[in-house]
Write a protein that binds this ligand. Structure first.
Ligand code: G6P
Length: 489
């Protein structure tokens, strides 16, 4: 390999996301414990290795004292992470309020909060003010660490105001913005009181990316219908300035999962799981405990399946991992109780002295336990009511080379557009349709399973997070994209 000084410098990248890839917890002795955060964005970006990347984001913890902030900054620096410190009121109004009680449900077609939901997080205007304030705080940290030539890559619905803040400070900065959720139809987006401000701030970026063509199309329609701007094959034009818009479907670091299956720890835990569930087919759900994931609907479909297929009752088990998330938002608290109630009722109804049909865990699993579980599963159930992409479906496929299990996948997940040919697609709202798909999946011939698996495995292993990030960053750096290359329309 060439000596150090003639090796080409890697492109510097500042990745800015609300949540850092590691979450911090303060220990009794004031030392900081760091753990990998949960969620699709983190899971994808962990695979991005070909850039000289630094992360800027919130560490998920309130640190009021200067010495604590200093210690955490030093601990995070070892992971190439730079913290943004948000005070409690900002977190409440920006993160719990505007991000997770307004934008998140709206972008997933669940509407805007009614008065009773709003009163707990105050008015739209005060939440939006906190949102802008928070985005300015992120911008200050970016500006402090920015070096000429850096690409600044802003992520997700938390930071729609950031491109504008950055460009106002330095119009030469290369700024990209990528949305990890769906972008809804313009008819939904136009309900938002701050609809125009948000669109205009995103348009300050040089490149705007989405998981699917449909989301990109919805965004361009929102800009033309709400702002009266011109949509072109490359993006959106405003007074001669073009913001490029394109679809960049995300992937995972599939090798990391495939390699993990060879670890003795994973093999051992696969063996344990096989013994534990011997004689029964294993169905698996892995979701953050979020209303968009359709967990109640999934469990009700499993109930309908058991109801209609008594011969399967002691021969199949559903293991649902529901990772707690956004626990300060009342809607999420209600969902937890609702899911517990349904699981309890079904286990009471179909359980016997020797078998329980649903194993429900309210916690996350570590990476090796998760890989083992994916590998021994017969049928995975991803029944999101809406989902930007859904990388659990990709992770499951990556771990199934030996078993060739079946993926039941919601047609409302972005992944339906890439894994649709290999998965059984369902409308998660149609409980009896999902129940029928469960029966079909459990009875599927080996030949059909192989064909379907092969299609999905090829996709997952060739459309990786590395490729996704490299494409986005090279588009950010490119001066002009020809019509022929333009990808959104
Ligand atoms: C989704 C969002 C991410 C978010 C993740 C976890 O995947 O697109 O931006 O980080 O959920 O949610 P949380 O609120 O815990 O960060």
């Amino acid at each position: 390999s060439p000596p150090q000084d003639v090796r080409p410098r890697k492109q510097r990248l500042l990745v800015v996301a609300n949540r850092l890839p590691v979450s911090a917890t303060r220990m009794a002795d004031d030392a900081w414990h760091l753990e990998i955060s949960v969620g699709g964005l983190v899971s994808a970006l962990l695979g991005v290795k070909e850039f000289d990347a630094r992360w800027i984001g919130w560490a998920g913890v309130h640190v009021p004292d200067e010495s604590g902030q200093k210690a955490l900054t030093e601990a995070l620096a070892k992971k190439r992470c730079i913290p943004v410190f948000l005070d409690e009121d900002t977190v409440h109004q920006y993160y719990n309020g505007y991000c997770n009680n307004v934008l998140w449900p709206l972008f997933h077609y669940l509407g805007l909060p009614q008065e009773d939901r709003l009163s707990t997080t105050r008015s739209f205007q005060s939440q939006f003010d906190a949102y802008k304030r928070a985005n300015h705080m992120f911008a200050d940290v970016v500006n402090e660490h920015y070096e000429e030539g850096d690409v600044v890559w802003c992520h997700d619905y938390h930071l729609m105001f950031l491109p504008k803040c950055l460009k106002e400070h330095n119009s030469k900065m290369k700024v990209g913005w990528f949305l990890h959720t769906p972008f809804p139809s313009s008819e939904i987006h136009r309900m938002l009181p701050s609809r125009s401000d948000l669109l205009r701030s995103v348009l300050a970026a040089d490149l705007v990316g989405f998981h699917t063509y449909d989301y990109a199309r919805h965004f361009v329609s929102a800009c033309t219908r709400i702002l009266g701007l011109e949509g072109t094959p490359e993006g959106v034009e405003d007074q001669g300035r073009l913001t490029r818009v394109a679809a960049f479907p995300i992937g995972i670091d599939s090798d990391r999962f495939i390699r993990a299956l060879e670890l003795p720890k994973v093999k051992e835990s696969m063996k344990d799981l096989k013994e534990r569930f011997a004689g029964r087919k294993l169905m698996l759900g892995v979701d953050r405990l979020d209303m968009i994931k359709g967990i109640p609907q999934k469990i009700l479909a499993f109930e309908a399946f058991l109801e209609e297929n008594p011969q399967w009752r002691e021969k199949v088990v559903l293991l649902q991992i529901a990772v707690p998330t956004r626990t300060d938002v009342p809607e999420y608290q209600k969902l937890t109780s609702q899911v517990h109630e349904i699981v309890g009722r079904i286990n009471g109804k179909f359980g016997t002295l020797t078998s329980v049909p649903i194993h429900h865990l309210d916690r996350s699993l570590d990476f090796t336990a998760l890989c083992a579980l994916y590998a021994v599963t017969d049928v995975a159930l991803v029944t999101s009511l809406r989902d930007g992409m859904n990388l659990v479906s990709y992770e499951f496929v990556a771990c199934q080379a030996a078993k060739k299990g079946v993926l039941i996948l919601s047609e409302f997940a972005g992944a339906a557009q890439s894994l649709g040919a290999g998965a059984l697609l369902v409308n998660p709202w149609n409980i009896s349709d999902v129940a029928t798909s469960i029966r079909y999946a459990l009875n599927m011939s080996e030949d059909e399973r192989e064909k379907r698996f092969h299609h999905n495995f090829m996709h997952v292993t060739t459309h990786t997070s590395q490729e996704w990030a490299a494409t986005f960053v090279s588009y950010s750096l490119a001066k002009n994209i020809s019509h022929a290359e333009s990808r959104w329309c």
